[in-house]
Design a protein around this ligand. Structure first.
Ligand code: HEC
Ligand code: HEC
Ligand code: HEC
Ligand code: HEC
Ligand code: HEC
Ligand code: HEC
Ligand code: HEC
Ligand code: HEC
Length: 332
């Protein structure tokens, strides 16, 4: 949802070309562009999706590099240029250069940090801060010229994605194989409260009760189980699940085996369960079909429940003894 109709856009375009032909040449110390977003040394969470917004004042090739890798080098003439980046976990460096005939006209860099509990690099370096984009008190003026940044009536239950005012800016969030029900309907406000302040659209911390509002089966199972898994018991469901979309089943932030071994690093060695055997061999923990659900890969979650269980080692199948667990798959 953008602010203006086609007519005004054309006027803007004409004005722009007038500017282009008259305004240039005279002020050679004009920067060729200004990076409007993101702010320097800011921290991101969630998926690590960031939008570069560049105000261009001279036609040039805009070279965008993320951690040294060239992301693109389009020729830009439009006044405001947008570019989507997916950050790596931890420290990131973004470099933007305006290049014309091999000459660098201008350059700006941004150091950004992508924080996640399941990243290797967890310490946020000093000087980095999380700066919410949607602050109730400070609407970003440069953006409001073209964009609607106030929540709209249609945002509650949009008839189609483009009816949601969030869509034009956040469509990249759902460009994955699996999309979570309420996000697929663009019912963003089911989870993001437009009334929170000073940061708008904040979600509750911990998020558990919000998830359990719809997932009542998981709620009942969790509270009736005597043993609860640490990260789930903290109520921080989004340590493991992306609330919007993911390429992994159940919108996990990593494939199941990689997810578990991020924290249980010692299990990545593969030595587990029957490692005491005479040959020193061990029980497989991946790389074959799951006998209980042959359509998917066997992994940690085939034996362990990631949320809660009747047994202290978080076994599945309501097993409380070794025998019951082993016999589920090795029944004869
Ligand atoms: C099921 C609840 C839920 C729904 C529906 C939902 N979100 Fe979120 N969203 C969250 C939570 C929780 C977070 C906090 C991020 C985290 O902990 O991973 C979040 C984080 C975000 C972020 C921060 C950046 C990021 O990559 O995570 C953006 C942007 C966002 N949501 C936009 C949206 C938009 C746009 C929609 C509608 C399509 C939407 N959300 C729908 C729960 C939800
Ligand atoms: C000159 C008008 C203009 C200005 C100023 C402007 N935008 Fe945009 N923005 C657009 C247009 C046009 C689109 C593309 C809409 C579409 O894809 O349908 C867009 C798209 C976006 C997208 C989605 C990009 C993508 O590829 O998914 C984001 C995010 C965004 N704008 C953020 C901002 C922010 C933040 C600011 C202020 C710093 C801003 N814009 C300023 C016109 C503008
Ligand atoms: C003008 C484009 C634009 C629109 C419209 C927009 N957002 Fe955002 N939003 C952004 C940008 C830019 C960020 C910062 C992250 C990034 O660079 O993509 C952001 C960040 C967020 C975050 C993370 C917390 C924060 O404030 O930084 C949430 C949550 C979010 N948006 C939700 C929404 C929801 C819900 C809607 C619709 C009701 C919406 N946004 C509409 C551009 C937009
Ligand atoms: C507004 C209701 C609503 C909220 C709130 C909600 N969900 Fe969901 N969720 C659904 C619906 C509907 C489905 C089933 C449709 C689908 O697969 O997307 C679903 C499916 C799921 C699934 C896959 C279930 C399966 O068996 O395939 C997971 C995982 C999930 N949600 C996690 C979460 C987490 C984590 C949260 C909190 C951040 C949450 N949900 C909040 C409505 C919700
Ligand atoms: C964010 C880190 C984290 C992730 C990811 C994680 N765990 Fe855990 N896990 C913990 C912590 C911390 C404990 C200890 C607290 C407790 O007893 O629940 C624990 C405990 C356990 C236990 C019980 C240990 C005992 O001695 O009783 C099992 C089994 C387990 N996790 C399996 C898994 C599986 C399977 C996965 C993947 C689906 C997983 N974990 C993912 C942090 C994590
Ligand atoms: C330690 C990582 C982890 C945490 C934390 C976590 N989950 Fe899960 N969740 C998983 C895994 C792994 C699966 C897939 C289980 C499987 O394959 O059977 C899953 C499956 C699900 C499903 C699909 C149906 C089911 O029960 O198998 C839902 C719904 C769900 N989780 C919701 C939640 C909610 C709500 C929270 C927070 C209270 C949460 N999860 C916390 C790892 C986690
Ligand atoms: C074949 C079923 C099975 C698979 C697959 C499996 N486990 Fe286990 N796990 C067990 C059993 C049985 C125990 C109890 C072992 C004991 O008490 O010595 C256990 C114990 C644990 C414990 C607690 C005790 C310890 O040894 O630290 C953790 C943590 C754990 N498993 C994590 C994992 C992770 C992570 C994976 C995937 C890499 C995994 N498990 C795969 C069956 C399994
Ligand atoms: C969720 C299903 C499941 C459970 C529960 C399970 N296993 Fe297995 N087990 C497997 C699979 C799959 C294989 C690999 C079979 C293959 O490669 O053909 C396997 C293989 C084995 C092997 C042969 C190892 C090798 O190197 O070939 C032994 C021994 C074994 N399991 C013992 C156990 C014991 C003891 C338990 C209980 C603690 C147990 N299993 C629980 C699925 C399971």
């Amino acid at each position: 949802m953008l602010k203006e109709g086609g007519g005004r856009k054309i006027v803007r375009l004409i004005l722009f070309f007038l500017l282009l032909f008259h305004g240039h040449g005279k002020a050679s110390d004009d920067p060729a562009f200004t990076l409007l977003h993101p702010p320097q040394r800011s921290t991101f969470t969630g998926t690590g999706l960031v939008h570069l917004v560049v105000e261009v004042s001279k036609a040039a090739h805009l070279s965008v590099r993320l951690n040294g890798k060239v992301q693109g080098k389009p020729r830009v003439t439009e006044r405001t240029y947008h570019y989507t980046l997916r950050l790596d976990f931890g420290s990131n460096k973004v470099e933007v250069e305006a290049v014309e005939e091999k000459k660098i006209l201008a350059k700006e860099t941004r150091e950004l940090f992508f924080f996640s509990v399941i990243a290797k690099e967890k310490e946020i370096p000093p000087g980095f801060v999380q700066i919410p984009f949607h602050e109730t008190k400070k609407a970003p003026k440069k953006c409001v010229a073209c964009h609607i940044l106030e929540p709209q009536k249609t945002d509650r239950a949009p008839a189609s994605p483009s009816e949601s005012s969030c869509h034009v800016c956040h469509k990249g969030l759902l460009q994955f194989r699996q999309v979570h029900g309420p996000a697929a309907l663009w019912n963003c406000l089911a989870c993001h409260n437009p009334e929170t302040s000073p940061a708008r659209y904040a979600t509750p911390v911990p998020v558990r009760d919000l998830c359990y509002r719809c997932h009542t089966d998981q709620k009942d199972y969790f509270f009736s189980s005597p043993y609860q898994h640490g990260p789930t018991a903290t109520g921080m469901c989004t340590i493991c699940h992306n609330p919007h979309a993911s390429d992994n089943e159940f919108w996990l932030k990593k494939p199941p085996w990689d997810l578990c071994t991020t924290c249980h690093t010692e299990k990545a060695s593969g030595r587990h369960v029957i490692a005491w055997g005479p040959s020193g061999d061990t029980h497989p923990t991946r790389g074959r079909p799951d006998p209980m659900k042959p359509e998917r890969e066997f992994s940690c979650r085939s034996c362990h429940n990631p949320h809660a269980s009747k047994a202290p080692k978080l076994w599945n199948f309501n097993a409380t003894t070794y025998m019951q667990l082993c016999q589920t798959c090795h029944n004869k």
